[in-house]
Design a protein around this ligand. Structure first.
Ligand SMILES: [Ca+2]
Length: 516
C-alpha cells in the first residue's frame, strides 16, 4: 500500500478501555498502534479527546450538538441519525468502492451483507460498518441428557417431541427421588430473553417477538403482534397449567431461576451459545465433578417448516466520516489495515504490531491492544468458523485447523478433555454438537430471520416503546399463568396499535423507503 509522503493527519476521539495493558511510556495519544499507522501508511492519528467509556456517548452528543466533530468517530444508531439529520456526514460510497480492498469488501459482508447495508441511506453509504458476530444471539435448546436416558426418551426433533419431554420431566420423576418436584421448561420474568427465556420457543412457532418483519406486501410489520405469537402463547398456557413451568417465574430473574436448575429441578432451557458457561456451569459441576449431563440441540419447529432463530442485522454501531474530513480515503486505508492485521496469522510481525504490544509479542499477557485501532471491527463469522473446524481439530489433535486467534478455545477444550472441569461451560460450546457447531449448522441451513429495522429510535418509539413493551410483558405473562384468557392476545394487538404502535409502524415504513 502506498504511504503518504508527507504524512496526513486524521483526527478522531476515543473511549478509554480499562483493560488495555500499556507498554512502558505509552498512552492513548502515543502508542505502538498509532506509530504503526504513521510508519506504514503515513497516517498520523490525532485524538481530539479521550474519555472514560461511561462518558463517551455523552461527549459525542455534545460534539454533535456543537457541530464540531472529528474526521472519524464511532457512534451509535441514534447519534448516526442525528448526524444524518444535521447533514454533517460524508457520503463515502465512492471512496469505499475505490479504496477498500477486495479483502475488506469480502470481510465486511460475511454476514450476507446486512451490516454493510445498514450504513446505506437513500442509496448513499454514510458510514463504515462496525461489524461483529452476527449469529451470536441465536438460540439453542439445552436438555438434561441424563434425564432423557433415565426415562428412555430421545432428543427432540419437533416441538411435539419437546412438549412430550417437558411433560415426562414434570410427571415421571426424572431425578428418581420419589417426589413430584421437577419442571420441564425453565422460564424467567424477562420473557423474551435468549437465555432461560422464550425467544427460541417462539421462533419454533415462526413467531419473532420484538423485531420487524417484511410481510407479503413488502411492508414492515411488528413480530410481537402477529398471529403466530398466539399459537405459542396457547402452548405455554397449557404447559404452565400442567405444572411444567416454575409457578414463580414471574418474579425471578435469570440468576434466581438458575438456582432451580442447579438444584436439579429443571431439565430444559433455551439458551445462547454461552449459556453453558453462565448460568449452567455452576449447577453442572460440583467439587470438580460433572453432576448434570446437558445436551445441546437445535431449536425445534411446531410444524413442517424449519425453525429459524431471530437475529439483529446491524450491530447498532458505526464509524462515521465528517463531511469536512480532508483525507477521507486515509480512513478507508486505516479500515483496510485494521481488518488485515486482525485477521492475519499471529506469526506475521507486520500485522502483530497492530494487535499486540511489546509485552504480548514477547509472550506476556493479552494487552487488549487491538482496540487502539480507531477503526477496529469484529469478525461476523467468528463462531461459525470455529464451529465448523473444532470437531476435526480435536479429533485429529491439530490446532492449526483453527484460526490462530482461536487457539485459546482449543486449549480450553483439550484441558477439559484431560479432566479440567472448570472448562465444562466451554465444552458446551466446543464439543461435537455443541453450540458453535450447531451455529455453523444454522448458517449452512440458513436458519435465521433478521430484524429488518436497523434505524435509530423513531420519535414515536422514543415516546411509546417503554409503555408498549411493558404492556406486552404484562399481557403475555397473564396469559401464560392463566390470569387472562388466550383471547386477551387479540385485545393486546388492538391496544398496541392504538397506544402508539400504528404511529411507530408508519415511521418504520417511512424509514424503510429510504433504505430499500
Ligand atoms: Ca422427583
Amino acid at each position: 500500500m502506498q504511504k503518504y509522503d508527507p504524512p496526513v493527519e486524521v483526527t478522531t476521539v476515543r473511549s478509554m478501555n480499562p483493560s488495555i495493558i500499556w507498554d512502558q511510556g505509552e498512552s492513548y495519544d502515543r502508542n505502538g498502534v498509532y506509530a504503526a499507522y504513521e510508519n506504514d501508511l503515513g497516517i498520523k492519528i490525532k485524538n481530539l479527546w479521550s474519555v472514560d467509556g461511561s462518558q463517551y456517548d455523552q461527549k459525542v452528543n455534545i460534539a454533535i450538538a456543537s457541530g464540531d466533530i472529528p474526521d472519524l468517530m464511532q457512534v451509535n444508531s441514534v447519534q448516526f441519525q442525528q448526524l444524518l439529520d444535521a447533514d454533517m456526514l460524508m457520503d463515502i460510497g465512492e471512496i469505499f468502492e475505490k479504496y477498500a480492498t477486495s479483502y475488506t469488501k469480502e470481510y465486511v459482508t460475511r454476514d450476507g451483507g446486512g451490516q454493510l447495508d445498514s450504513t446505506k441511506i437513500n442509496g448513499k453509504m454514510m458510514a463504515l460498518p462496525y461489524t461483529n458476530g452476527v449469529h451470536n444471539d441465536s438460540t439453542y435448546l439445552f436438555i438434561r441428557n441424563d434425564w432423557l436416558a433415565e426415562l428412555g426418551l430421545q432428543p427432540p426433533k419437533t416441538m411435539q417431541d419437546l412438549e412430550a419431554i417437558s411433560t415426562a420431566f414434570t410427571r415421571n420423576d426424572p431425578d428418581r427421588n420419589g417426589k413430584d418436584d421437577t419442571f420441564g421448561l425453565a422460564l424467567q420474568k424477562d420473557l423474551m430473553s435468549g437465555s432461560l427465556g422464550l425467544q427460541g420457543f417462539f421462533n419454533g412457532f415462526h413467531a419473532y417477538p420484538n423485531i420487524w418483519l417484511k410481510n407479503e406486501a413488502g411492508e414492515l410489520v411488528y413480530g410481537s403482534i402477529q398471529p403466530e405469537m398466539k399459537n405459542a402463547l396457547a402452548k405455554l398456557k397449557e404447559m404452565y397449567a400442567n405444572g411444567e413451568i416454575d409457578k414463580e417465574f414471574g418474579v425471578k430473574d435469570l440468576a434466581k431461576e438458575a438456582e432451580l436448575i442447579a438444584q436439579d429441578k429443571i431439565g430444559i432451557t433455551y439458551g445462547l451459545f454461552w449459556t453453558g458457561n453462565y448460568p449452567l456451569q455452576a449447577g453442572a459441576v460440583k467439587d470438580g465433578k460433572v453432576i448434570q449431563d446437558w445436551g445441546v440441540y437445535p431449536i425445534v419447529s411446531a410444524d413442517d417448516q424449519i425453525a429459524k432463530a431471530q437475529l439483529q442485522k446491524s450491530t447498532g454501531l458505526y464509524y462515521v466520516v465528517s463531511k469536512k474530513a480532508k483525507n477521507p480515503e486515509a480512513i478507508i486505508k486505516m479500515y483496510n489495515q485494521s481488518i488485515w492485521a486482525m485477521d492475519a496469522p499471529a506469526t506475521d510481525p507486520n500485522a502483530a504490531k497492530y494487535v499486540k504490544g511489546k509485552i504480548q509479542i514477547e509472550g506476556g499477557a493479552d494487552q487488549t491492544y487491538y482496540v487502539l485501532n480507531p477503526t477496529f471491527v469484529g469478525k461476523q463469522d467468528r463462531f461459525p468458523v470455529v464451529g465448523k473446524a473444532i470437531s476435526k481439530a480435536l479429533a485429529e489433535k491439530d490446532p492449526t485447523l483453527l484460526p490462530d486467534s482461536e487457539l485459546i478455545l482449543y486449549d480450553f477444550m483439550t484441558d477439559y478433555l484431560n479432566g479440567n472441569t472448570d472448562h465444562w461451560g466451554y465444552a458446551m460450546q466446543l464439543k461435537q454438537g455443541g453450540t458453535l457447531e450447531t451455529m455453523y449448522q444454522y448458517t449452512q441451513e440458513n436458519r435465521f430471520v433478521f430484524n429488518e429495522y436497523f434505524g435509530a429510535l423513531t420519535p414515536s418509539m422514543a415516546e411509546k416503546n417503554s409503555t408498549l413493551s411493558k404492556k406486552q410483558e404484562e399481557v403475555f405473562t397473564r396469559i401464560i399463568v392463566g390470569a387472562a384468557p388466550l383471547e386477551e392476545f387479540d385485545s393486546f394487538v388492538e391496544q398496541w396499535k392504538s397506544l402508539g404502535g400504528n404511529d411507530i409502524t408508519k415511521e418504520v415504513n417511512e424509514w424503510y423507503q429510504t433504505v430499500r
